[in-house]
Design a protein around this ligand. Structure first.
Ligand code: PLP
Length: 489
């Protein structure tokens, strides 16, 4: 007995229904609230004992349609702009089905899927200006990609055999980046055994870009104190405001001290596909560049990328070397295990899925020019929203718009500063829970900001008009009622 269907025709018919249903769901998503909390009855039904005995697939699918499908994060909706969440493409959805059907194992092997991943990586290198012989690998996302970059940096620049001895084999290692660097840096420093102390958070200027001189001074001071700097991290699009560090200056700084330059371009790197590519100029000079395709590449989760300029450096981070490779992972001179591209030697994952297919199919179907135009549209929309906010007497722009992020608050004149944080937090919750729109939040110079990050190919200008009107209406409604009216000056 296998686990295959006993009636293939029945499964085929149900599969067609599923494809129909999910495409209709995507086609009509604008008509639904952006987000709805999972109701108590659905939650209760989703808490079940281990299903020892099976049930017909049609029944399982009915449960999915009733209790799972209606309650997504909402990032497929045109008015979802929270955190940095991509929208996905219908082609990506279908590609996931096909990839799962083939179910290839992407450690390497002589197979089409490995050729597709290599092809996708070649396109990506070209699009961000990396050399053709650079190394790369697809990973789960930005955090994983950035960690891979820092791992390669450490092996290349630690000055001792950190793979053999661990961090105890030499002086304390240090890495530099701005205070605006995403929290992946802490995850990296902790999981790499260096501890969070290894990260030297450098101040930013008024535009939230790293203070390069302060960084230089800190590196010099650390060297004098016996620490071992190994990498500088540049941001091509900070998570807070979308600021792009002076990447050219950071390259020069890294060179002056013989350090590795890693650039986190989680979403910003993709600006290179658009007419605004000058905004991320310099990222092509990085020793390693991390970015996501599930953010501004619009493909469904998960798809991150790490590119490493020196192909040897990425291999040196993981490749055990022929002698040390376990017998069960050795390649033959022919047959399936012949080494085409052994992706498992380029990162932490051995078992790897066919992430590349959704990227390959989306890029081929849309064409990169069209994807770049969608990215440019998001940048234009951010500037337009920034202008709307700046022109509105009751709204305040809290950071200059550089890429695709707009941070603002409702701040009618006369409202006490101390009230504004809680008032705007309440506005944000109302926007989300009324299903109007999903921005997220941040704090800029101590002030609570409603943060709109646009990596959404479905958003139209009228969606942002709607947002502005909703913020002002909800703000006025709340400001007139307790507790906010009582706290106003
Ligand atoms: C600038 C930046 N770096 C890294 C990350 C982490 O990426 P991921 O969530 O894909 O792990 C994010 C996520 O938003 C980000 O904005």
């Amino acid at each position: 007995m296998s686990l295959d269907p006993s009636d293939w025709n029945e499964t085929r018919a149900l599969g067609r229904t599923m494809v129909d249903d999910i495409l209709s769901y995507l086609q009509t998503m604008r008509d639904r609230p952006v987000w709805t909390s999972v109701p108590a009855d659905a939650k209760a039904r989703l808490s079940e004992p281990v299903p020892r005995a099976g049930a017909p697939l049609a029944e399982v699918y009915a449960a999915f349609k009733r209790d799972v499908l209606p309650y997504p994060t909402g990032n497929i909706h045109p008015r979802f702009w929270g955190w940095v969440m991509g929208t996905g493409t219908t082609t990506g959805v279908l590609a996931e089905l096909l990839a799962a059907g083939m179910n290839p194992h992407l450690a390497g092997y002589d197979q089409s899927a490995a050729i597709i991943e290599r092809q996708v990586l070649d396109w990506l290198k070209e699009l961000v200006g990396f050399p053709a012989d650079a190394s790369g690998v697809l990973v789960s996302g930005g955090t994983a990609a950035n960690i891979e970059g820092l791992m390669a940096a450490r092996v290349a620049k630690a000055g001792f055999d950190v793979r053999e001895t661990g961090v105890h084999g030499g002086p304390p290692l240090t890495v530099y980046g701005s205070v605006e660097t995403h929290s992946w840096i802490n995850t990296a420093c902790e999981s790499m055994g260096m501890g969070r102390r290894a990260f030297r958070a450098i101040a930013v200027d008024a535009a939230y870009r790293i203070d390069v001189n302060a960084c230089r001074a800190r590196i010099a001071a650390d060297i004098a104190a016996g620490e071992r700097p190994f990498a500088v991290v540049g941001n091509a699009g900070t998570v807070g405001t979308g600021a792009v560090d002076d990447l050219i200056a950071l390259r020069a700084l890294a060179d002056d001290f013989g350090l590795w330059l890693h650039i986190d371009g989680a979403f910003g790197a993709l600006a290179a596909w658009s007419d605004s590519r000058a905004l991320v100029a310099g990222q092509e000079t990085a020793d390693s560049l991390a970015f996501d395709l599930h953010k501004w590449g619009y493909v469904p989760y998960e798809a991150g990328v790490i590119l490493t300029r020196d192909p040897g450096a990425q291999l040196a981070t993981y490749q055990p070397g022929r002698a040390a490779k376990p017998a069960y992972l050795q390649s033959g001179n022919g047959g399936i295990s012949v080494d085409t591209t052994y992706f498992a030697d380029r990162g932490q994952q051995l078992s790897r899925g066919f992430r590349a297919l959704k990227v390959w199919m989306s890029m081929k179907e849309q064409g990169v020019d069209r994807l770049g135009a969608a990215i440019q549209k998001n940048i234009d929309q951010a500037h337009r929203l920034g202008d709307l906010v700046a022109a509105h007497p009751d709204l305040e722009l809290l950071a200059a718009v550089s890429l695709n992020i707009v941070c603002f608050r409702y701040a009618p004149s006369g409202t006490a500063e101390k009230t504004l944080d809680s008032l705007n937090a309440a506005i944000l919750i109302a926007l989300q829970s009324r299903g109007i729109a999903v921005p997220s939040q941040t704090v800029l110079q101590g002030r609570f900001a409603i943060r709109v990050c646009i990596t959404n190919h479905r958003s139209e200008d009228h969606d942002f008009d709607f947002l502005v009107a909703a913020v002002v209406a909800i703000g006025a409604e709340m400001a007139a009622t307790a507790p906010f009216n009582a706290r106003s000056s």
